[in-house]
Design a protein around this ligand. Structure first.
Ligand code: SAM
Length: 535
C-alpha cells in the first residue's frame, strides 16, 4: 500500500509565492499605500479570495431556492461540503466558502530514491488552478519522462523571468522532459511554487500531442474553492463582490436607458438588467466580436430581454450626426470561410462582371470570415452600431479596461511599468470623455476598475472633477469598500499625479485585498451630472 509521505525537505514543495514588481512601480505604490501596507497587498494578491460570490438571477429564481439547491448539490459532491452564507446588504448574493492554504503531502515514487513525477504549468494556468480549475493541455509546459495516465504528479508553476532584450519569458520549451533533479530546467526557481498534486489524465505523449482536454485532474490542492461550471446555468452568475456592488451603485431604474460601455462578458450588464426587472433598455458595447457574442449568450441563458449588445469601439460611440441613436449599421452574419482553402489562382468577378484583383478578393474573404480563423472570431450574429447621439442615456457605466492589478490570485506583476500604467490612465480618460458626452444632464456615470493603481482610479476622478465643472461625486449605496487615496505623487520633474482631496475620499469605494472583505482590488466612483457646459 502506498502511503502519503511528506517529501518536503526545506520547504521545496510548499507554496510561498512572492509577487515581483517593477522597482519604480513598487516605489510608486509604496508611496500611495505606505510600504508595509503595500507589502501586505502584494502578498494578498498571490492568494485567491477565501470565498466565491454567486449572484442569483432573481428574474428566474430566488436566493432561497438557489441556496437550497446548492446545499443539496454540494452535500452530494463533498464529504465536508463548503459553507454557504449571505450578506444582508446584498440579498441576491450567496458566498460559498473555500479552504486553505493546505499543505499537500506529495506521493513519492513507489521505488525509493526515484524522484517524484512532476508537471510544470504556465503561470496563467496555475492562477486558474488556484481559483479551482483543472489543468488543461495547453497549460502544461514540462513533464517527467514516463508519466502514464493515472500517475500522481506534483504540480509546480513556472513564472516569467526577464529576457536579455527587456521582455519576459517563461523560458521553457513546451514538452521539456523533467528528471526531478537539480539539473532540471527552472529547478531552483520553482522552490516554494508547488500548487498541489494531481492525477495525469493522459500519458506524457498524449499531453503534448493533444490539442485540448484535461491533462491533469487536481486531487490535492493548496486552496480548495468549489467550482461552479455548468451548475444552475442561467440561475446564478459567479461574480466578484465589488462587481456586484458596482451595478447596485449605478442604481438603474426600470424603464431607463442605460449604457454599459465596456460590457463583455456581461456580468455587470446582466446585473443591471435584473435590477431593472428587465424593463427598459440596456445597451452593451464591446469592441470584440467574440466578446459581444459572450454577452448575447449570457443574456440568452439568463432569459433577459432588455439587453442589446453591439460591437463598437467605445471611443467611437458618440455620433453627433444621427438622431436615431440606436440606428444599427449592419448585421454581421457568420460565414465560415477558410482563406487557406480558397483558390486565389482562379480570378473571381464582381457583381458587374469585372475581374477582381487578388488583394480585393482577399479583403472580401476577410470580411466574410467570421468563423474561427486568423481573427479568431466565433461564428454568430453580432450587430454593429454607428454610435449614439449625445445626451441619450440616463446612466452610463464605464467599467474600464485597466491594468487589472487587483485581480487575484496573481503570481506575476512585473510587466507593468510606470509608463504602461500611465498609458492605461490616458486611455481611460478618453473613454470617460465619451461617457460624459453620452449621459444626459441630470444623469449618472459610474466608473470602475479592477486595479489597485491610483493612477487609474483616484487620478481619473481628479481629472473628471477638474475638467467637467458640472460633475460631482455622489454617495454610494451599498458602501462596503474603504475610502480613496488622498494626495499626489511626483512621477518625474514635469509630471505630478494628483489624487483625491480629503473631502472626496469617503465618496469613492476602494476594495482592498487586505481588508476583512477579502475581495479583489477594485475601485468605484459615482458622478452626478449637472447642466452641461463646454469643458
Ligand atoms: C473590465 S472588462 C469589462 C467587464 C464587464 N464590464 C463585466 O463586468 O463583465 C473591459 C472590457 O472592455 C473591452 N474594451 C477594451 N477597449 C474597448 C473599447 N475601446 N471599446 C469597447 N470595449 C473595449 C474589452 O474587450 C473588455 O471586454
Amino acid at each position: 500500500m502506498q502511503v502519503d509521505v511528506d517529501v518536503d525537505a526545506g520547504g521545496r514543495y510548499a507554496f510561498t509565492p512572492s509577487l515581483k514588481w517593477d522597482p519604480h512601480v513598487e516605489a510608486y505604490f509604496s508611496h500611495a499605500y505606505g510600504a508595509s501596507h503595500f507589502s501586505r497587498v502584494s502578498s494578498a494578491l498571490t492568494r485567491p479570495s477565501s470565498y466565491s460570490s454567486l449572484r442569483v438571477n432573481t428574474l428566474k429564481t430566488s436566493t432561497h431556492l438557489v441556496h437550497t439547491k446548492l446545499l443539496q448539490l454540494l452535500r452530494h459532491q463533498h464529504q465536508h461540503p463548503p459553507l454557504i452564507s449571505q450578506n444582508p446588504a446584498l440579498p441576491d448574493v450567496l458566498y460559498v466558502w473555500g479552504t486553505g492554504p493546505h499543505h499537500p503531502s506529495y506521493h513519492p515514487h513507489p521505488r525509493p530514491a526515484v524522484p517524484l513525477k512532476e508537471v510544470i504549468v504556465s503561470r496563467k494556468c496555475a492562477e486558474a488552478v488556484l481559483r479551482g480549475a483543472q489543468i488543461y493541455v495547453p497549460g502544461v509546459m514540462a513533464c517527467s519522462a514516463h508519466v502514464e495516465k493515472g500517475d500522481k504528479v506534483a504540480v509546480s508553476v513556472a513564472i516569467e523571468k526577464p529576457t536579455h532584450t527587456g521582455g519576459w519569458t517563461l523560458g521553457i520549451t513546451r514538452g521539456t522532459v523533467l528528471h526531478g533533479t537539480p539539473s532540471d530546467i527552472r529547478y531552483e526557481d520553482r522552490h516554494g511554487l508547488y500548487i498541489g498534486e494531481g492525477v495525469a489524465f493522459m500519458s506524457r505523449t498524449g499531453i503534448f500531442r493533444a490539442k485540448e482536454g484535461i491533462a491533469v485532474e487536481m486531487t490535492n490542492r493548496v486552496y480548495h474553492l468549489p467550482s461552479f461550471n455548468d451548475v444552475l446555468e442561467g440561475e446564478i452568475f459567479l461574480q466578484n463582490l465589488p462587481s456586484i456592488v458596482t451595478a447596485r451603485v449605478l442604481d438603474p431604474q426600470p424603464g431607463e436607458k442605460i449604457l454599459d460601455m465596456c460590457a463583455a462578458p456581461g456580468g455587470k450588464t446582466t446585473a443591471i438588467a435584473i435590477l431593472m426587472k428587465d424593463k427598459g433598455e440596456v445597451i452593451a458595447l464591446d469592441r470584440s466580436h467574440n466578446k459581444v457574442m459572450d454577452i448575447l449568450k449570457l443574456a440568452d441563458e439568463m432569459e433577459i430581454k432588455c439587453i442589446k449588445a453591439y460591437k463598437l469601439d467605445a471611443l467611437k460611440s458618440v455620433n453627433t450626426s444621427i438622431t436615431d441613436e440606436n440606428e444599427v449599421k449592419s448585421e454581421e452574419q457568420s460565414v465560415i470561410v477558410d482563406e487557406e482553402c480558397l483558390d486565389l489562382t482562379n480570378l473571381q468577378k464582381d457583381e458587374k462582371g469585372r475581374y477582381l484583383s487578388k488583394a480585393v478578393m482577399r479583403k472580401r474573404m476577410r470580411q466574410m470570415r467570421n468563423g474561427p480563423g486568423k481573427n479568431n472570431s466565433k461564428g454568430g450574429k453580432v450587430a454593429n452600431s454607428k454610435g449614439f447621439a449625445p445626451n441619450s442615456f440616463d446612466r452610463v457605466l464605464l467599467d474600464a479596461p485597466c491594468s487589472a492589478l487587483g485581480l487575484r490570485p496573481r503570481l506575476f506583476a512585473a510587466e507593468e511599468t510606470v509608463d504602461s500604467l500611465r498609458r492605461h490612465g490616458t486611455y481611460q480618460r478618453r473613454m470617460f470623455d465619451r461617457a460624459v458626452q453620452l449621459v444626459r444632464p441630470g444623469g449618472v456615470i459610474v466608473y470602475s476598475t479592477c486595479t489597485i493603481n491610483p493612477g487609474e482610479n483616484e487620478a481619473l476622478v481628479r481629472y473628471a472633477l477638474d475638467t467637467y465643472g458640472f460633475l460631482t461625486l455622489a454617495p454610494q449605496s451599498p458602501k462596503i469598500g474603504g475610502p480613496g487615496i488622498v494626495g499626489s505623487y511626483r512621477i518625474d520633474e514635469t509630471h505630478t499625479e494628483e489624487w483625491l482631496k480629503e473631502s472626496e475620499a469617503e465618496l469613492v469605494q476602494r476594495f482592498d485585498p487586505v481588508s476583512d472583505m477579502d475581495t479583489i482590488g477594485f475601485f468605484i466612483a459615482k458622478f452626478m451630472v449637472g447642466m452641461k457646459r463646454e469643458a
